[in-house]
Design a protein around this ligand. Sequence first.
Ligand code: 4NP
Length: 188
Amino acid sequence: MQLPPVDPRETGEVSETEPIRICFVCLGNICRSPTAEGIMRALVEQAGLSGQIHIDSAGTASWHRGEPPDARAVAEAARRGVELQSRASSFHRGDTHAYDLVLAMDHSNLADLHDLTPEPELRGRIMLLRSFDPALGADDPHDGAVPDPWAGGPDGFAEVYDLIEAACAGLLEHLRTELHTDLRTEPD
Ligand code: 4NP
């Protein structure tokens, strides 16, 4: 006999499960990582997983702390129907322990994050965001990074948006699997 599927929200399993905590990191926290935060928030909301995935963003530099995202990033996201609402903050030494995944935009962010993570056992939590893009190939023109659009024109922001959107879709699929694994293996 086949039993009807159980909605985990009705059994309370999901609310008892700690949310997965992720943080997107770029240099200034005003262009790429706020875009990733906004896109991921929208995808997670659409998937009905807002209570289970906690999303932050930060910059390795503190120059823009407290500022809203760059107007060009806000405009590109708005054109795609996504609102960017973050305020810039900086990623501090030791912050990695607070996250399950820390997602760097480029190789320089990745190296800085390793320097900011004194515990070698936590460095496996730090990954390039685009490593979750299922279409990423060995011949990628950006070497697996989301390039810094800050010094360029609006076209750069459109390309950055596309790259981040593809990676976030792959990241969501990865996190869904993690959540299902948690539900199967967590004791009640
Ligand atoms: P983000 O872009 O790292 O994607 O936020 C930048 C923003 C500001 C600067 C560099 C990159 N800056 O040099 O101020």
